[in-house]
Design a binder for this molecule. Structure first.
Ligand code: EPZ
Length: 435
């Protein structure tokens, strides 16, 4: 059933106040769920938010024969020892890019997999040439027919190989780390992504017997071995740094005070530095971030600053859309340079229609001039992160807005309206049938 948010905007007033607890990171949990295929036993996953992508990954694994059970609100148990199918469900795979991560463990363990071109956020072409080329290097044969890739190995094993990624890719890095865990011999991955979610995965795999070296560097070495064993070890998802950054930006724009708890400030230090330079009163703790007496500062007193998205530890592309909303309220002219995805500035048209002064120079660059008040509008959430940016923009704006297609927001944020209401936001979820 299609649902939407109705948001009564604050018209620039800074009245939000209270605490927001950060959930487990979607982009760390999804690869770890896929990693269950590498294990001879099951394991528990903790700090798992109630988000749509976790449900989709559970369903994908279930279709393959894995046992996935929800033990409590934030706890799952996955056991993939009975997995006996190797064809990824089309409908689910076309909704979620992360489905592609399953190809590594499936090929490594069973020597076969078939899958459609993965879907997910429409933020760019999202090619998968690194995956096809990498599996070929590891000795697999690849075919493409009836809109599906069929990849298999002669003797049901992958061979270790040296793979160089032309550009760092988070899901490709995760997929080939997992492929290497059961491949014959050594796999060397060069020019890998450095995102913290990858370390979260590596640390858990190594604790269960995987031989992986080089985590946190641009070259990772995996020595293939036998099936991993959790032996009761539990996976605990790291805090979601993108959720942390999004709430920090909301706080800077609309809160008089806000405390963000259960987070890891180190994972978003670049955003914290940029916001502090703009004049946002931020205090950083070990696992919390505070904004205080922020209502004493008008948003127009915040200085604009250019941002350039980059692979970690650069400015995260997943925080680019929320940051654009911040920049519409600061004084000055800010260049936004989205270097990773060619379709990730498409949301700007909607923000301009809300009254922002933004010039789109090309698919990768825009100039944001502020401060400009935003007016309420009816919006269509285009992807997870721009969807959250729309939530921030409509809370900031003057008047009542509607955000449609909020499934995309639910993909990455657990019942976000309940958490926002707690800090003073007037937002409600209604089904699209209701007037
Ligand atoms: C991960 O996507 C995240 N998703 C994305 O978050 C995030 O925006 C992105 O990393 C960048 O940080 C997950 O971790 C599930 P890519 P990923 O498509 O790894 C090129 C969210 O909202 N490339 O690999 O799938 C590609 O064109 C999502 O949570 C190839 O050329 O990113 C791009 O320039 C959105 N060929 C770059 O790599 C390939 O075969 C990274 O894109 C694969 C990628």
């Amino acid at each position: 059933m299609k649902e939407k948010f109705i948001v009564k905007g604050l018209g620039g007033k800074k009245i939000l106040s209270g605490k927001i607890k950060i959930n487990g990171a979607k982009n760390a949990i999804l690869p770890t769920m896929a990693a269950s295929i590498l294990f001879k036993d099951g394991f528990e996953l903790n700090n798992i938010p109630n988000i749509e992508d976790v449900k989709r990954m559970s369903e994908l694994l279930g279709c393959l024969g894995s046992e996935v059970s929800k033990k409590s609100e934030n706890k799952y148990l996955i056991n993939s020892k009975g997995l006996n199918k190797f064809d990824l469900d089309r409908k689910i795979s076309e909704q979620m890019r992360a489905s592609i991560i399953l190809t590594g463990p499936l090929l490594a363990r069973f020597g076969q997999v078939s899958f459609p071109v993965p879907g997910g956020c429409v933020i760019g072409a999202r090619p998968i040439d690194f995956f096809v080329a990498g599996f070929k290097k590891m000795g697999a044969e690849t075919k493409f027919k009836n809109d599906r890739y069929y990849i298999s190995t002669k003797n049901k094993k992958l061979n270790g190989a040296k793979i160089f990624f032309k550009t760092p890719s988070v899901t490709a890095t995760e997929t080939f780390i997992m492929a290497g865990v059961l491949a014959k011999g050594k796999t060397i991955l060069k020019n890998v992504a450095l995102e913290p979610e990858i370390d979260n995965l590596i640390n858990f795999l190594v604790s269960c017997g995987a031989k992986i070296k080089g985590g946190g560097t641009t070259t990772i070495e995996i020595v293939g071995g036998t099936l991993l064993e959790a032996k009761g070890k539990k996976y605990i998802a790291m805090p979601d740094r993108i959720e942390t950054g999004s709430f920090l930006i909301l706080g800077a724009l609309c809160a008089k005070d806000l405390e963000i708890t259960n987070c890891n400030p180190n994972d978003i230090d670049i955003l914290i530095e940029i916001l502090k330079d703009s004049g946002v009163p931020i205090k950083v703790g070990k696992t919390s971030i505070k904004i205080e007496k922020n209502d004493k500062i008008n948003n127009s007193q915040f200085k604009g600053s250019g941002i350039k998205t980059k692979e970690y530890p650069g400015f995260p592309t997943d925080l680019q859309a929320p940051m654009v909303i911040f920049l519409t309220q600061t004084t000055g002219e800010s260049l936004v340079f989205e270097t990773i995805f060619e379709g990730r500035l498409n949301f700007i048209e909607d923000i301009t229609r809300m009254g922002a002064d933004i010039i789109l120079l090309d698919p990768h660059r825009a100039i944001v001039r502020g401060p400009k008040d935003l007016r309420a509008r009816e919006l269509e959430s285009p992807d997870i992160r721009a969807g959250l940016a729309f939530v921030i923009a409509t809370i900031l704006a003057k008047g009542e807005s509607v955000i449609n297609n909020i499934y995309l927001i639910d993909r990455g944020y657990e019942r976000i309206e309940e958490r926002l209401i707690k800090i003073g936001v007037d937002i409600k979820r209604i089904s699209s049938e209701e007037i």
